[in-house]
Design a protein around this ligand. Structure first.
Ligand SMILES: Cc1cc2nc3c(=O)[nH]c(=O)nc-3n(C[C@H](O)[C@H](O)[C@H](O)COP(=O)(O)OP(=O)(O)OC[C@H]3O[C@@H](n4cnc5c(N)ncnc54)[C@H](O)[C@@H]3O)c2cc1C
Length: 407
């Protein structure tokens, strides 16, 4: 007896998969239209100019000078700082710019953070009116690039307890001797903010050093880093460098003034860490949507979705934290302890997130070609620089207990 033939099932039309989006709670949308346009410009710059070339530079341990003209055109120098030729805008805008940069490449965000955050803010907070008028405009135009020299070969976390680099006043000149280590941008920049101990009163003072033309100032590029390889870090040696009194930051009198700069920049590392985690997550999610195992995209497996969900949870929590920090900063309420919690929490969550992203990509997570490996390595530097995780928790611990655990 003839049986009616079964209709052949037609393959279901594939629904397009959602594009990875790490701004799940739409925080960028909270910006006013004019500032939102700036963030979008940064995103386009990072995706079209930086993303295609950055892995090559990261592998080669070199800085992409070819990007500087386009970066200058973005007119972002001194974003979040007001006057003196700076870009201005809100603290939230400055944070989102850092996050957008780090989302594509954390080294570029760090280069920019060292220049605009550490170097320019040192002058902005510690400089006299004349110093701000002289140094900030060319730095805002990125014509003069700066670095920030605090850490030394033998003094890292203990910088507040005593720098070994000394400054001795002779008339209107200061004689600086000592070494600095890890100083980002220093192998090629124009202006170094050098923190040194005044031998007369033992207090920390800051000096603007024109490093290309100051006799006795030498920089050796640090080799063999495994993180933030695009940022050029240097070991600086200063032998009897003569710096005019007019280049000493006039409002800085002690390490408290250094800490004021670090308060702002540490909280910024929270934004960078959030961006780094976003970049790793988006790359890992795309990979999970495309990579097939057992005939299916790995993104369809429950255990992979669990990792992706936890990553997005970390990112969203960090984003909400740094956005609130921007509000506290705008209200003039941000304390060292607030900044410490932001830095410690966001970098720790970033470290966890990039490790999960690495895991999602399997073996391909440890080759630079898939981007995730780069975020994975770079997160290690964020976790330790500008004060390690432990130092942030000691600052926070002191504030919440009222008891200092510093040794
Ligand atoms: C990529 C990169 C870029 C950097 N860029 C700059 C820069 O531009 N300018 C600059 O000045 N510096 C820069 N640094 C230096 C950075 O700020 C220091 O590495 C950091 O402060 C830690 O100092 P350290 O490496 O000497 O570690 P150490 O201070 O030797 O610490 C080693 C370990 O001991 C722990 N530890 C230390 N003291 C205590 C304590 N009391 N209690 C508990 N644990 C403790 C630390 O948390 C850490 O885990 C950079 C570092 C890196 C890695």
């Amino acid at each position: 007896m003839a049986t009616a033939s079964k209709p052949i099932p037609m393959p279901k039309p594939q629904k397009p998969l959602p594009a990875p989006n790490s701004d799940f709670y739409e925080l960028v949308e909270t910006l006013p239209a004019e500032e939102l346009a700036v963030v979008k410009q940064v995103r386009t710059f990072m995706e079209t100019k930086v993303a295609p070339i950055i892995t090559k530079y990261w592998i080669e341990d070199s800085f992409p000078f070819e990007l500087l003209p386009a970066l200058k055109e973005l007119n972002l120098g001194g974003v979040g700082l007001q006057g003196y030729g700076c870009r201005g805008g809100s603290g939230l805008l400055a944070g989102l710019v850092a996050m957008e940069m780090a989302r594509v490449d954390t080294s570029i965000a760090t280069f920019f953070g060292v220049h605009c955050g550490l170097a320019m803010s040192s002058i902005y907070f510690g400089g006299s009116e004349e110093q701000k008028k002289k140094w900030l405009p060319p730095m805002a135009r990125l014509e003069k690039i700066g670095c920030f020299g605090l850490t030394e070969p033998l003094v890292g976390s203990g910088a507040s307890g005593g720098l070994t680099t000394t400054a001795k006043r002779e008339g209107d000149t200061w004689i600086i001797n000592g070494q600095k280590r890890w100083i980002g941008n220093s192998p090629w920049c124009d202006i170094s903010i050098i923190w040194a101990r005044d031998v007369a009163d033992n207090q920390v003072k800051a000096f603007i050093v024109e490093n290309k033309t100051t006799p006795g100032f030498k920089v050796e590029k640090m080799q063999n880093k495994i993180a933030l390889k695009v940022v050029q870090n240097g070991q600086i040696t200063m032998e009897n460098c003569r710096i005019p009194e007019e280049n000493r930051l006039q409002a800085d009198n002690s390490f408290r003034d250094t800490a004021k700069v670090l308060r702002g920049t540490r909280y910024f590392v929270g934004w960078e860490a959030t961006g780094c985690a976003m970049g790793a997550y988006e790359n890992a999610l795309k990979y999970a949507q495309e990579r097939l195992q057992f005939g299916k995209p790995i993104g369809s497996f429950q255990l992979i979705q669990d990792l992706l969900a936890k990553m997005l949870g970390n990112i969203t929590a960090s984003q909400c934290l740094v956005v609130r920090m921007a509000q506290l900063e705008a209200e003039g309420k941000m304390t060292d302890a607030h900044a410490a919690l932001s830095k410690a929490f966001c970098t720790a969550k970033c470290r966890e997130t990039v490790a999960w992203a690495r895991e999602v990509c399997g073996g391909n997570g440890i080759v630079a070609d898939y981007n995730v490996g780069r975020f994975f390595a770079d997160a290690e530097a964020l976790y330790s620089y500008e004060g390690t995780y432990q130092m942030q928790n000691l600052i926070l611990g002191k504030a919440i207990t009222g008891l200092s655990a510093f040794v």
